[in-house]
Design a protein around this ligand. Structure first.
Ligand code: SAH
Length: 390
């Protein structure tokens, strides 16, 4: 053991949590710590038993993030091995796209680091002071393993503010254009690397986009369309698609993406989704396919009551719009709105609509964004595919 290595001593609740497989330790579960923000610290319980090494940030509510359970150094070689492992897992998935997540933070053993690939470019999200301090190890490893034309740091997330880190977007290596055309299965789209949502698009929905492409038929309504993530795939199989979003910029991007794919059966409506769904259901319109992919209505636990009402409202309207035999593809990316709550909410919406809904699939986030069983927070995206049988 390195004698000068900073140490953190956990209270019994924190130690029990780490032993159960959860890598986050809240500030209130730390008995004593002598490191600084960005240090890798040696974790022990009150009896001095070694628990692992963790990324430390006393400014964050989650002040320790476990990085290793074994007694191994967190050095340049450690980061490179994590990246190699993450890459070989992605290779094993045989992803039919050139935009995907290369490294998914805790699920790939590196808390606070996300690496997304968009064709020749890599976009990094860094949510931990310890990773930020070690970017000098991460960048050369990424250059060596993936040979990107450029690497961009998107350090503009809300979670960084909670960690007390600056927010910024800057090039870390090479050159990174404002946008790049990428492929997702049979569809191509433009991802805005510097300014688009998340790191440029909703990569966690990739497999659900492809699934929706298999289900969509007839008249299709894609609500909360953004740049057409679902609409483009749906348009390949449907007669017509109407993409609804309240953002004009999102719809401009969706329109450009439809042109890129030479799709002529997509229409775009700029409207509040709640109004659009109510007006259409009041007018007695019918669709063979309805897709709902709203933003997270419950960003915090206290938002849940209002969020449940909102999810119920849009799903009730969507079910009413479905023709018999029609398919609803309905998503939620709110962690706090659990799978069980979503199930209850959908059942209640179907009951109010007087519809019998057959479950075709319960889906989640794409396999390059894996969940970790012992970290419930890594399971956030849900996507139900339901068929209206009458
Ligand atoms: N379905 C997209 C991602 C949707 S992100 C994909 O798979 O790529 C959520 C979208 O909902 C954003 O584009 C946002 O502009 C839109 N939005 C948020 N609130 C809205 C509202 N009340 N009415 C309509 N659109 C809304």
């Amino acid at each position: 053991m390195n004698r000068s290595e900073p140490k953190a001593l956990l209270k019994s609740r924190g130690a029990a949590r780490v032993r159960s497989g959860h890598p986050w330790v809240y500030r209130s579960d730390v008995a004593d710590a002598d490191g600084e923000a960005g240090d890798v610290v040696r974790l022990t319980d009150r009896s001095g038993n070694f628990l692992g090494r963790a990324f430390y940030n006393p400014r964050s509510e989650i002040s320790l993030r476990l990085a290793a359970r074994d007694d191994e150094p967190i050095d340049e070689d450690w980061f490179r091995r994590k990246l190699e492992d993450a890459l070989s897992y992605r290779t094993s998935l045989k992803i039919d796209a050139d935009a995907y997540r290369v490294l998914h933070a805790e699920a790939d053993g590196v808390p606070g680091l996300v690496v997304d690939r968009y064709a020749d470019y890599l976009i990094l999200q860094v949510g931990s002071a310890a990773v930020e301090r070690r970017l000098g190890w991460v960048i050369p490893a990424l250059e060596d393993l993936l040979v990107p034309a450029g690497i961009l740091l998107r350090a503009d997330s809300l979670s960084r503010k909670r960690e007390g880190l600056d927010t910024e977007v800057r090039t870390l290596s090479g050159e990174v254009p404002e946008s790049v055309v990428v492929r997702e299965g049979p569809v191509r789209y433009t991802a805005r690397l510097w300014t688009g949502q998340k790191t440029g698009s909703f990569l966690d929905q990739r497999e659900n986009h492809l699934a929706a492409g298999r289900y969509a038929g007839g008249r299709t309504l894609d609500v909360f369309s953004y740049a057409g993530g679902f609409a483009l795939h749906a348009a390949l199989g449907a007669e017509s698609v109407e993409a609804v979003d309240s953002s004009g910029a999102a719809l401009d991007a969706a329109r450009a993406n439809a042109e890129l794919n030479r799709l002529t059966n997509v229409a775009f409506t700029r409207k509040n989704a709640f109004d659009a769904l109510r007006e259409k259901s009041d007018a007695g319109e019918a669709y063979e396919t309805v897709i709902l992919d709203p933003p997270a209505f419950a960003k915090a636990k206290r938002d849940l009551p209002a969020a449940i009402r909102a999810y119920k409202e849009i799903n009730l309207r969507a079910i009413k719009l479905l023709a018999s035999g029609g398919t609803l593809v309905t998503c939620s990316c709110s962690y706090h709105f659990s799978r069980e709550l979503m199930h209850d909410t959908l059942r209640s919406a179907a009951a109010d609509a007087g519809a019998l809904m057959r479950v075709r699939e319960w889906r989640g986030q794409a396999a390059d964004h894996p969940e970790v069983l012992s970290i419930p927070e890594t399971s956030y995206l849900k996507c139900a595919v339901l068929e209206r049988t009458f």
